[in-house]
Design a protein around this ligand. Structure first.
Ligand code: ADP
Ligand code: SF4
Ligand code: MG
Length: 317
């Protein structure tokens, strides 16, 4: 098995808002190995982006540990973090809002190199041209501005920017969710090619399980701030253990038809509020399998099969 690149344990984040304390991530553990793609799925608002941002160092956690190649990043000084920062980069759903509209593509791509003092001006320009070609953009377009590109091309710029510092891990936060279906496959193929060539690891965030089905080595499902299931692709897709995962899978549209797999298992209701304290299993109000213990005790993650854990009282190891 490949080396462990990222080891996250007990990561938590709450936000104090007017109506109380909102727990966005309630303690998450996750390992990502070199060259691996781990998907993070779950409905909107379950905490995926907050978890991704904490791993990328964009949101400080309240508690927990983020180790990259064995080095603890939480609590490091700005200076001590400097050599580690380039190793984890992020790609966002909406590349337009994450690209400075007043900068040319050349400037956007060169900036990380300037900040991290990589190369002289000529080397940086050459690297920008190389990377543009690598992601399928014409280097002549370097003098243009983000609004002059299509959505798919803008996402290519976002990917190029994330790659400029030669990262090890890229947090892809819904990178194709805002794109037309026809463009999605192109961007997903590009990410797969880049992974092969550059030995990248991905944490691939998507609210839609069908997007991650073909690209993930392992899949984690989040519900209300917690990872409720995590498994290797074979075990995960063949024998999903959590009633929530089963409902998400049943809700996937069938390829080409747009129809659902099994109508009666479709998820009903909404995720409960993440504000305030909670007891028991967070999924119980929507769970067709709920029984008495689910109201009082929150289930812990337990082994269902090798490399496959589920947080549900019904799970037998
Ligand atoms: N900066 C913030 N301040 C207050 N609440 C936030 C903030 N960021 C996220 N949240 C809340 O945390 C929860 C998880 O959000 P998020 O991580 O964006 O979920 P997802 O990416 O799965 O849609 C949501 O209830 C969201 O409203
Ligand atoms: S612990 Fe109970 S309520 Fe929660 S998912 Fe399992 S059966 Fe459903
Ligand atoms: Mg999000």
């Amino acid at each position: 098995m490949n080396e462990v690149l990222l080891n996250v344990t007990g990561l938590r984040k709450s936000f104090r808002i007017n109506s109380g304390v909102l727990t966005a991530v309630a303690g998450a553990d996750l390992i990502i190995r070199r060259g691996e793609t781990v998907a993070l799925a779950g409905e909107s608002g379950c905490g995926k982006s907050t978890l991704g941002r904490m791993i990328a160092g964009l949101t400080p956690p309240d508690a927990g540990s983020v180790k990259l190649l064995g080095t603890e990043l939480i609590g490091l000084s700005h200076r001590a973090l400097r050599p580690w920062r380039p190793k984890v980069q992020m790609i966002f759903q909406d590349p337009f809002s994450s690209l400075n509209p007043r900068s040319t593509v050349a400037r956007i791509l060169e900036e990380p190199l300037i900040v991290h003092r990589r190369g002289d001006a000529r080397e940086r320009r050459a690297e920008v041209a190389r990377m543009m070609e690598r992601v399928g953009l014409r280097p002549e377009a370097a003098s243009r501005y983000p609004h002059e590109f299509s959505g798919g091309q803008r996402q290519r710029i976002g990917i190029a920017r994330a790659l400029m510092l030669r990262p090890e891990l890229i947090i892809c936060d819904e990178p194709v969710s805002a794109l037309d279906v026809s463009v999605r496959a192109q961007i997903l193929n590009l990410l797969a090619d880049l992974q092969q060539e550059m030995g990248l690891s991905y944490l691939f965030i998507s609210h839609d399980l069908s997007v991650v089905q073909h690209l993930a080595d392992r899949v984690a499902v989040m519900y209300l701030g917690k990872i409720v299931e995590l498994g290797g692709k074979d075990s995960f897709w063949a024998t999903p253990g959590h009633p929530y995962t089963q409902a998400l899978m049943a809700a996937r549209p069938l390829p080409g038809t747009g129809q659902r797999l099994r109508d009666k298992e479709i998820l009903e209701g909404e995720m409960p509020s993440p504000i305030g304290k909670r007891e028991g299993c967070d999924f119980r109000a929507r769970c067709r399998c709920a029984f008495a213990p689910c109201a009082s005790t929150g289930p812990e993650l337990r082994s269902r099969a090798p490399g496959h854990v589920v947080a549900c009282h019904l799970t037998q190891g």
